[in-house]
Design a binder for this molecule. Sequence first.
Ligand code: A3P
Ligand code: MG
Ligand code: MG
Length: 392
Amino acid sequence: MEQNNDIHQFFIDVNRLTAATTQAPVKRPREFTCFSYDKYHNLRLDDSSLKWYYPPQAHELPANLSAGFDKFDKHDNSQDEHLDSLLTAIAHHEQQTGEAIDAKFVTWRGMMTKFMGSPYDEDGFEMNATLFQDCVFIEENWGFKAGREAEQQQQNGSWKGPVSQQQMQFWGYKFETLATIPRPWGETSREEIENRDGEVVNNKEQYCSVVRSEIGGKVLCLGGEVDAIWDCKPKTPGAKIDWVELKTSKVIQSGRDQFNFNRKLMKFWAQSFLLGVPRIIVGFRDRDGMLVNIEEYSTQKIDEQVRRESSSGKWTWRPWVCVNFASEVLDWIQQTIRADPQQTGVWRIRLQKKPKTIELFKVEEMGHGKILTEEFVNWRTRLAASNRSQEG
Ligand code: A3P
Ligand code: MG
Ligand code: MG
């Protein structure tokens, strides 16, 4: 069992991280491939689910974010999807270029967001990792996440608020439906734009960007959902893309609200920074789910803004703390996993809260668990063999 194995520990020293005067070098994320889930959540290796940003117009506000909750076409998230679609998209790209990507880490953007937020995290997390062809592949530990969600649901069972947690979750997707169109503005009819409120909200459909980025000299390949594009996708590979991240949040009416919002902005910032999303659009709603106004935030300037608004000094976060910590923890994970004589197996990565520590220990001695698909391993094994025979 897991406890029999050595547990490697990495202590998170927030004071030391905060005192740093430099930030680990980073390279702008560049999309090198993408994929979509269609409205049935079937994988498509194209950009067919891309959406364009087109906010609700002033005369449409306030808008009821609960409208259509009874018809919500909700994705069944009881299945662990591992890294499957990301690996399929990577292999597809590699089959076209004839070479393996140069990343030393492959994961969903959400996992990197968790690493970046660890110095400030209050919840804890669990992930699984495996080494394959000198690259560390990291997935969420689904069992842990599902357990936590079940716990929350139980607590919500006794929740006496006016609106259910499921409905509050719906508000985010409803906002996406009200703020996007399926084609560029010039190609979308006025009628279609005006009828968005009547559309069935569907969270099965997604566009995912797959980027190459560097943090502290380590090459990462990250996949993550992007909500919309501002204008159009440039044709030049690697060019900056004017992505938009959509969020909803409660209107700020008190110091407490401001504090909570600043905390959320750290997550919005990390999530957007990792995929190179320059703009975050926040739809502010009241406690009954009425969308009252919309604000734009620049990802690059968010931390300055938070510091200005937190003049009370109650709670602020520093971007370099997140970046430096992510870089250090990736170095440590890589070194620890590489040093394992077996060079195979599954590792658990866990954030412990007291004392705040990242723990790393082996949970399976051999293989890659379900982190890697058979197709991906076979593809890479064939590719490596063909490269060796060409060299020889
Ligand atoms: P908001 O966060 O805007 O309310 P994302 O912003 O990452 O694109 O996610 C879109 C919506 O999915 C969120 O809208 C929220 O409703 C839901 N969502 C995302 N992550 C979630 C999580 N960890 N738990 C519950 N709901 C989540
Ligand atoms: Mg999204
Ligand atoms: Mg969003």
